[in-house]
Ligand binder design. Structure first.
Ligand SMILES: Cc1cc2nc3c(=O)[nH]c(=O)nc-3n(C[C@H](O)[C@H](O)[C@H](O)COP(=O)(O)OP(=O)(O)OC[C@H]3O[C@@H](n4cnc5c(N)ncnc54)[C@H](O)[C@@H]3O)c2cc1C
Length: 394
């Protein structure tokens, strides 16, 4: 949100700054995880996590809950773009994201977090896409990644989905209740006396004050030597550096009332643009179709549109007839941060080495952000991180 001259003069003068060693802005999966890894360093750092609304108000509380590997494109394309070594590294990075989540956060708390590790599916409704998926299967198998090919009959029996020619299953993928996940990480953070969560405190400016930064929030000022922006899609609103690097992109979803469980696992379709899954509690969640309104789906307005919501409903009738008569109970949208090359960005702003950031998760933050946050802390402590996520590549 912008700030007027009058609001600015009032908010800037009437506050004395609280001091912290690190101020993290944005309480989505990225910011909450960054605070988690900073606290694990046991360096005695006093950390504030500042959020404009409440935790999970951004994309993290509005996504579909897939924890999937890889990236926004089929593996054959990833390999073409990055080469074999880096494509495999990208895949292993997100596998590690899931194993870190399991080790540090999920444990055996599966039922409470609605965590299921049943793999995920990519389904093709055209020969062209099915051929790409079969090619991806071959390439991935050669590299030791656990995948399975599905023919039409498998899809109809295991997923009860119609209108697809075939697909592949990524065996190691998972799904979760995203709000329960971040609430659990946040609860671990709150146990530490060095951690402060400041909600309803939108940051409207970051300014230099001697050797420190003053982070101006609507609730007062914070002084710190290190700022970390975990604002993902909203980052260009706070710093110009992100204007040509992270693009705010809207995604829309609808959910039905619960029906008896019938699907083996979560599914992507149409080159990863559309997706649907049945929750452990029976609801069917479906999202995607931003390709129908490309221009309208860029920006910060988290509203739903008739065009996309109608397309989601039509998809259900055609491809998931089991729920075609189920009542639709929720429709929502959220703002994602898309990076230029589809990979996350982790590092410091080149012209200001006191402002660090992580973002650009390109619709895959649950599959990437916990590990990316660990890497950001590695950067802060002068440890190496993979070059494909390093912001130095720009
Ligand atoms: C409809 C939809 C479906 C999706 N499905 C999936 C999925 O199934 N799996 C998956 O992996 N990913 C999915 N994603 C993407 C995923 O949600 C994001 O990649 C992830 O949540 C990004 O996390 P984040 O913490 O970086 O950003 P966010 O969750 O957006 O957090 C940024 C936070 O910063 C706060 N903020 C912004 N500006 C300021 C400011 N000036 N001051 C203070 N606070 C500020 C915001 O309020 C917000 O809480 C989906 C996204 C959407 C919208």
């Amino acid at each position: 949100m912008s700030i007027s001259l009058w609001q600015d003069s009032q908010k800037r003068t009437n506050s004395s700054a609280q001091s912290f060693d690190v101020v993290v802005i944005g309480a989505g999966i990225a910011g909450i995880s960054t605070a988690y890894w900073l606290l694990r360093e046991d360096a005695g750092l006093k950390i504030a996590l500042v959020e404009k609304g409440e935790i999970g108000d951004g994309a993290t509380g509005r996504n579909a809950g897939f924890i999937t590997c890889g990236s926004v494109e089929h593996f054959n394309r990833l390999l073409e773009k990055h080469g074999e070594k880096e494509a495999l590294e990208i895949w292993r990075f997100s596998e590690k994201n899931l194993s870190l989540l399991e080790e540090h956060i999920i444990g055996d708390d599966h039922a409470n977090l609605q965590f299921e590790k049943k793999g995920s599916f990519s389904l093709a409704s055209t020969e062209v896409e099915f051929n790409e998926l079969k090619n991806s299967y071959k390439l991935m198998t050669e590299l030791g990644i656990d995948v399975e090919v599905l023919e039409l009959e498998d899809i109809e029996t295991r997923l009860q989905a119609k209108g697809f020619l075939g697909g592949i299953k990524y065996v190691g993928d998972a799904s979760i209740h995203p709000m329960k996940l971040i609430e659990k990480i946040n609860a671990l953070n709150l146990k530490d006396d060095n951690f402060t969560l400041l909600e309803n405190s939108e940051v409207f400016d970051i300014e230099q004050a001697g050797e420190n930064k003053i982070v101006r929030t609507k609730k007062g000022a914070l002084e710190t030597p290190i700022v970390i922006m975990a604002t993902n899609g909203y980052s260009p609103l706070l710093h110009d550096f992100f204007k040509d690097k992270i693009y705010p992109t809207r995604g829309q979803i609808l959910a039905t009332e619960p029906v008896e469980r019938f699907m083996e696992g979560p599914c992507y379709a149409n080159f990863v643009l559309d997706y649907f899954r049945q929750l452990p509690s029976g609801e069917l969640v479906i999202g995607g179709f931003r390709q129908l309104q490309k221009d309208a789906e860029i920006g910060y307005s988290d509203e739903t549109s008739d065009v996309i919501q109608e397309a989601l409903e039509a998809f259900l009738v055609k491809h998931v007839p089991k729920v075609k008569d189920a009542k639709i109970t929720h429709r929502w949208s959220g703002i994602m941060g898309f990076s230029v090359d589809g990979q996350p960005m982790v590092g410091a702003i080149p012209t200001d080495q006191q402002i660090y950031f992580l973002g650009g998760f390109t619709a895959h933050g649950l599959g990437l952000a916990f590990h990316s946050a660990k890497c950001l802390v590695d950067v802060l402590f002068d440890r190496e991180i993979p070059s494909f996520i390093s912001a130095k590549r720009f």
